[in-house]
Design a protein around this ligand. Sequence first.
Ligand code: RB5
Length: 149
Amino acid sequence: MTETIAIAADHGGYDLKCALLSELQALGLGVIDLGTNSRDSVDYPDFADAVARAVEDGRARWGLLICGTGIGMSMAANRHRGVRAALVHDGLTARLARQHNDANVLVLGGRILGPELAKDCVKIFFATPFEGGRHARRVAKFSPAKAQA
Ligand code: RB5
């Protein structure tokens, strides 16, 4: 069965999102593109929420988010239950985000990474399984934000 990925970017990630679309299709993923669709300025949390909701409610198995640095998108996406968004910079962090953290949303910085390095991150992220074991125990301890006593 084809796995589905929900993707979105803000204006800082729009060009990289366009550059990665064919890479995602080449990996055999069904792509749900949730915007943005131009370089006009937008608010990144709106797009992080759209992708995180798609992962949360099962419309997508995976997410990909791109803003200027990747920082804002990862902060916003990780507020959603069941979302494990990882800001990745290279092949090593792409691999470890899957092996150790079972990341289900890949986050990239469109003003940080060139397109070839970003393509490498995508390929490695989706080729790498979660290792489970002690890492599963740790990931199971992730919980929604708790009110401070
Ligand atoms: C937009 O200028 C920029 O703040 C945004 O793309 C991102 O880098 C936020 O974390």
